[in-house]
Write a protein that binds this ligand. Structure first.
Ligand SMILES: [Zn+2]
Length: 247
């Protein structure tokens, strides 16, 4: 007496796994066209997590027939792996199979949405950009209070390889925001280099008035630009693409 799955349950298990083997090291497609004919070929199977009959692997006595043949107790696998999990309950535990099933369905969902990985990556990058911009704005505010003070070039955070990262996500955040971000980051980077040169130049000797005047002028321009570009509104528009749910 086996508590077999109904055809509808088998189909549900196959479809929800994207018709691929749920073994994460396999993931082979199990249903496709019959070669040389118009039919289909199925090399997949709905396998039982808790066995369908006494003596089977991972059999659980106190389950009802209904539970044993339910969607919850099934996992879609290719024939090879269906056979394998039915032979070894020490390695293929209930916990392992349940997590395989969950991952397989998650993987199938990601493939349908298509850009899930891209979106996740974009949110991660935007979080970092957002934190940097907040910090940059804070430093600018303190700089305005103590006008003319020399600042350390390391104090304005800018992501390493920001140009590459920004380019990768620009199609998701739109051209307008990408352009604004590019302009600000570029200015930050250029001014950081100027600050570094200034610090190196001043090391060990007094600044000449002419040189220090040139630096102050450039610093004023930098502050002016940042005031105009790095607005609260701009930072809000970045926040829209961030995801702080995991923090
Ligand atoms: Zn497989």
């Amino acid at each position: 007496m086996r508590d077999n799955f109904s055809e509808a349950t088998k189909k549900l298990l196959a479809d929800r796994a994207g018709r691929k083997c749920s073994n994460p090291y396999c993931r082979r497609t199990t249903i496709g066209p019959q070669l040389g004919d118009k039919g289909t070929v199925n090399i997949g199977e709905a396998a039982h997590i808790y066995a369908a009959s006494p003596g089977g692997k991972r059999y659980k006595e106190d389950m009802t027939s209904e539970q044993r043949s339910s969607y919850e107790n099934g996992i879609w696998m290719c024939r090879t792996h269906a056979a394998l999990i039915d032979r070894d309950e020490k390695y293929f535990t209930v916990e392992m199979l349940k997590s395989w099933k969950e991952d397989a369905e998650k993987n199938a969902a990601d493939e349908i949405i298509g850009q899930v990985d891209e979106v996740r990556k974009c949110k991660f990058r935007m979080n970092l950009f957002y934190m940097d911009f907040l910090e940059d704005k804070k430093i600018l505010a303190s700089l305005n209070k103590s006008r003319g003070a020399m600042v350390d070039e390391s104090c304005f955070p800018v992501q390493n390889e920001w140009e590459k990262h920004l380019e990768e996500i620009s199609y998701l955040i739109g051209a307008e925001l990408s352009t604004s971000m590019y302009r600000i980051l570029r200015e930050l980077q250029v001014f950081k280099e100027i600050m570094k040169k200034e610090i190196d130049r001043c090391a060990g000797r007094r600044m000449s008035d002419k040189e220090s005047l040139a630096y102050c002028r450039r610093a004023d321009l930098f502050k002016e630009r940042m005031e105009e570009w790095l607005t609260d509104e701009f930072i809000e528009s970045i926040k829209f693409f961030c995801d702080f749910s995991k923090e």
